[in-house]
Design a protein around this ligand. Structure first.
Ligand code: BG6
Length: 513
């Protein structure tokens, strides 16, 4: 990417070459993910000019429709998302002229015959294909095996065949292992793209630039200088229409082994020797493998689960989680989880990583906060309040940026200190292109770059680390704590940190004045 300046802001000019021509099959062509995320992302990529002229989309779904009807469906779907796609512009017509449709049941071999025919028709343009599984998890292995059985995953004459698998990838360690085994039975690891959409977020990718592209952070990025780390993904949304999935899953499985551990891995990984996909993924996997495994009976004290009760989020009334649609009235499923983790490596030995995530909380905020050790106090011990530790916060979303808290002298004749904050905001420096976060991931998959996708061993290491907590939960060892919707989560989560002499950064806070 080259740098240009527009309206006083640095803009990354899209000098990325168009991804190689390919046919992009979407299984689950009428699903919510296709409508809310894939369609806008493909539109944004087309707008950027990084889709090749030979690119085509083929929706695959059991609902019988003509291609014309499918294009009309997508145009209507886009109209439901105001401000996302301009359906009257050239980009939209360009994209729609490349859309086809195959009606078929995912479990029926005939569907795959129709896909083979479609690829045959496209053979003069390209043999490359991406099979995007935007479907319920129970179909991941079935579709992959059907594709394999129909010979559609054979990479011949230089053409690639990639499968994209959405989350959740398994529901525990054995099911993740079983799914990996079935996928790897029909495709090689290089062909499988396991999505974790947090890795498509610009600020998450910026972690590598921040840590390894600057001389000042890495030397102090260790147990010698860092006291503890807090990783937060707080949401204001409730379970909305996803009660059925969510009640069987819970915040721990939904967010921790994947998104939260990816943030942790980005924070704690050793510098890789290159941006080569396996160099990066190996370093991240080493961190996740090094997360201390606890025993199920040790879960109390290092894990707190919460469930929201009625309350107000941003002034809107929210009902009890147990009263949500498709949620059991006596559900013990957590909508909040806080964990205390240790990475048992030389760099991090003894440094707690506190991880929390939850729904119906006071504010939406995803961030990584690195708290440094306090300065020795001899010079300032006459001051009424103790020195505060330095705090580096990576704001993942919203208001993407990085801030650093430090002490400064208050002007005047007496020595008094105050906390101040240096604040870098992406929006102040860069003009960002509209993005759902999936654009980078789709583009990378089309280009054959799996760096931002999860490898089989990474996923299994994540499940292995949370397994004892999952076990403690399923054996009824711990119990879920209640918290009011619109609060910061259950009080026990505060107690967990207080016992170590720390406190969570408030979810609702003003920047330091
Ligand atoms: C998904 C989870 O993977 O991530 C959802 O299933 C969660 O429950 C979502 O709301 C959060 O993603 P984002 O990008 O909105 O922070």
């Amino acid at each position: 990417m080259s740098e240009t300046v527009i309206l006083g802001k640095k803009v990354l000019a899209p000098d990325a070459a168009p991804a190689p021509a390919s046919t992009f099959f979407i299984f689950g062509a009428s699903g919510d993910l296709t409508k809310r995320l894939l369609l806008p992302s493909l539109y944004n990529l087309a707008n950027e000019g990084v889709l090749d002229d030979g690119f085509a989309i083929v929706g695959v779904d059991h609902m019988a429709r003509s291609e014309e009807e499918y294009r009309a469906y997508l145009t209507e779907a886009a109209a439901d998302l105001p401000g996302v796609c301009d359906t009257s512009g050239n980009t939209w017509s360009w994209l729609m002229s490349r859309v086809g449709y195959v009606t078929g049941d995912f479990e029926d071999a005939q569907t795959y015959g129709a896909i083979r025919d479609r690829l045959g028709e496209r053979a003069k343009t390209t043999g490359n294909a991406v099979f995007y599984l935007a479907v319920a998890p129970r179909f991941f292995a079935t579709i992959s095996e059907q594709l394999g059985g129909a010979g559609l995953l054979k990479e011949e004459n230089g053409a690639f065949r990639h499968i994209v698998v959405e989350k959740p990838f398994g529901t525990d360690l054995p099911s993740a292992k079983a799914l990996n085994a079935r996928l790897l039975g029909v495709a090689s690891e290089q062909q499988i793209y396991r999505i974790d959409h947090f890795l498509g977020k610009e600020t998450v990718q910026n972690m590598m630039a921040l840590r390894f592209g600057n001389g000042i952070f890495e030397p102090i990025w260790s147990k010698e200088y860092i006291d503890h780390i807090q990783i937060t993904a707080a949401e204001t949304v409730t379970v909305e229409q996803r009660g059925k999935f969510y009640d069987a899953t819970g915040a721990l499985r939904d967010m921790v082994p994947n998104h939260m551990f990816q943030l942790l891995a980005m924070t704690a990984m050793e510098p890789p020797n290159s941006f080569d996909a396996d160099a990066v993924r190996t370093e991240k996997t080493k961190v996740i493998e090094a997360i201390r495994h606890i025993k199920p009976n040790e879960a109390i004290g290092v894990a707190v689960r919460g469930q929201y009760r009625a309350g107000f989020v941003n002034g809107q009334a929210v009902s009890d989680y147990r009263a949500e649609k498709d949620v059991a009235p006596d559900s013990r499923t957590e909508t909040f989880v806080a964990l205390k983790c240790f990475v048992d490596s030389w760099r991090w030995n003894g440094v707690p990583f506190y991880v929390r995530t939850g729904k119906a909380l006071a504010t939406r905020r995803t961030e990584i906060a690195i708290q440094f050790k306090r300065a020795p106090g001899v010079l300032f011990r006459h001051l009424p309040t103790a020195l505060k530790p330095n705090l580096l916060v990576i704001h993942v979303q919203p208001d993407e940026g990085v801030s650093l808290r430090f002490a400064a002298k208050v002007p005047g004749r007496k020595v008094r200190l105050s906390d101040v904050e240096m604040d870098f905001k992406y929006a102040d420096y860069f003009k960002a292109a509209p993005s759902t976060g999936y654009e980078t991931l789709i583009y990378d998959c089309l280009c054959g770059d799996p760096t931002l996708f999860q490898r089989a061993d990474t996923i299994e290491a994540g499940w292995e680390a949370v397994e004892p907590v999952v076990e403690a939960v399923t054996s009824g060892f711990d119990d879920v704590q209640f918290y009011s919707a619109g609060s910061s989560g259950p009080a026990m989560a505060d107690v967990m940190l207080a016992q170590d002499g720390f406190q969570w950064l408030p979810l609702e806070r003003e920047p330091v004045p």
